[in-house]
Design a protein around this ligand. Sequence first.
Ligand SMILES: [Zn+2]
Length: 164
Amino acid sequence: MTLFIYFKFIILFSGIKPSPLSSNPKIVWPEDNNFAFTIFDDTDHSTVENTKPIYDFLNSIGIKTTKSVWTTNHKDRDHRTGCSLQDKEYRIFIQELAEKGFEISLHLNAGLTSTRDETIKGLKFFREVVGYYPKSLANHDKNLEGIYWGEARFTGLNKFFTVL
Ligand SMILES: [Zn+2]
């Protein structure tokens, strides 16, 4: 079995609070730490088979990351998009991750463009399955409902590597 999971988005977690003496926000890290680190995964191609081993490992070493999901299988679904919360086995896997303390986030409603109504329905389903609305979101590729897409997704060094 080839693991086709990759962690595309690596972000810093911060509790940014504005300083009363400056217009620059001061980052306040949890528990007075100097920094925080987390991983926000890209749910593209994700299935229980290719994703669970990664999360079993992360859980075993005590690293609780953010797992993104799609709530819906797009009507034009193909094998490239992986699973969504509509798939029972995958849904149970995601619920177990949430119970273990992993944050579950949204990667838009589906792997292809969704309408506003489909997105609203998907958000409600997300809450029904996970127990809360997503606190973070990463737009997927070229979905038209994304707040940025295409070339606008990349700046600086990321744009450089995209061109390569
Ligand atoms: Zn994606």
